[in-house]
Ligand binder design. Structure first.
Ligand code: A3P
Length: 307
């Protein structure tokens, strides 16, 4: 439902087109996410946090689902559920979605576990102790993110209800769009830096995908400690095993955008560090270093790009 206040934004080059977006809360939100951008923006602006809310936050394709599953298992003492992840840790920006089930955050039992891709500036915040909640931000190197996002968005082409929003160009064009921020949630560097600035806040835990890959048990412990969930070493180790890529692949259809037996919107793909090398040319790499990674200079934020 485009309007003068919320025009549909789409970048084109010849027959190629980017995903279509609305601009709200200062970010590109896929048109597919909402039937009513004005209502969504109002909802996000008025969302009332509770002190025991836990937000799993990320730029898309950074390991959001992985972190959602870890957080859910921590809250459920290592239980494994086959219920789709979007029901257990629902996506905030889906409150006005039309192509799939809308989450109801008012009906969600406490503590509410919530997924979102909002920046630190845009995210709902409590104004005092009684409403100051926790945020777990998962970050990942942008080269692997861009590949993962490209393949994910391209894969959505197959579904009838996602077609109109789907990207239809090649990888080379996608790299340009990623650098320019003409992708969901806009520029990666702005997003990650918005949260990096808050890494020392007592209610923020800033994580890196590549470090989580290297030592999952210690990260599960860190997350449990941050959430003040005292768990035994045995449960921590069990969660870590269940949340490896292999462990989560035992139930791949639990980790989909929408429920159903089809393969559209499957989230687990390769789950490795360094897949970007199979896609980046030396020229792309050079442009990426200059246009994306150079923007982190002086911030102290660095990423690993090799397994
Ligand atoms: P790839 O496409 O590189 O494989 P998000 O949940 O933010 O959309 O991120 C999806 C990415 O996280 C995908 O990356 C997916 O495979 C990866 N991922 C999901 N679960 C994982 C796990 N348990 N271990 C490692 N990577 C995982």
């Amino acid at each position: 439902m485009a309007s003068a206040a919320y025009p549909v934004l789409q970048t084109r080059k010849g027959n190629w087109r980017s995903n279509s977006h609305y601009r709200l809360k200062g970010l590109n939100i896929p048109t597919l996410n909402t039937g009513d951008p004005a209502k969504l923006e109002q909802y996000l602006s008025n969302f009332q946090t509770k002190s025991d809310d836990v937000f799993v936050v990320s730029y898309p394709k950074s390991g959001t689902t992985w972190t959602q599953e870890i957080v859910w298992q921590i809250h459920n003492e290592g239980k494994v559920s086959k219920e789709i992840i979007g029901r257990r840790v629902p996506y905030l920006e889906f409150v006005t979605v039309e192509y799939t089930e809308k989450p109801d955050f008012e009906a969600l039992p406490s503590p509410r576990l919530i997924k979102t891709h909002l920046t630190a500036d845009a995210i709902p915040k409590g104004s005092d102790e009684s409403s100051r909640c926790k945020y777990i931000y998962i970050s990942r190197n942008p080269k692997d993110i861009s590949v993962s996002l490209f393949l994910f968005i391209k894969g959505m082409m197959g579904a009838e209800n996602t077609m109109e929003n789907a990207y239809n160009g090649p990888w080379e064009f996608f790299v340009d769009l990623f650098i320019e921020g003409d992708v969901p949630y806009s520029k990666w560097n702005d997003h990650v830096l918005s949260w990096w600035k808050h890494r020392e806040d007592p209610n923020v835990l800033f994580l890196k995908y590549e470090e989580m890959q290297k030592d999952l048990p210690s990260h599960v412990r860190r997350i449990a400690d941050f959430l003040q969930k005292p768990l035994s070493d045995e449960i921590i180790d069990r969660i870590a095993e269940q949340c490896t890529f292999k462990g989560m692949m035992r139930n791949p259809k639990t980790f989909k955008i929408t429920e159903g037996d089809d393969d559209i919107g499957l989230i687990l793909r390769k789950g490795v560090v360094g897949d970007w090398k199979n896609y980046f040319t030396p020229e792309m790499n050079e442009i990426f270093e200059k246009e994306v990674l150079a923007k982190l200079k002086g911030s102290g934020l660095e990423f690993e790009f090799e397994p």
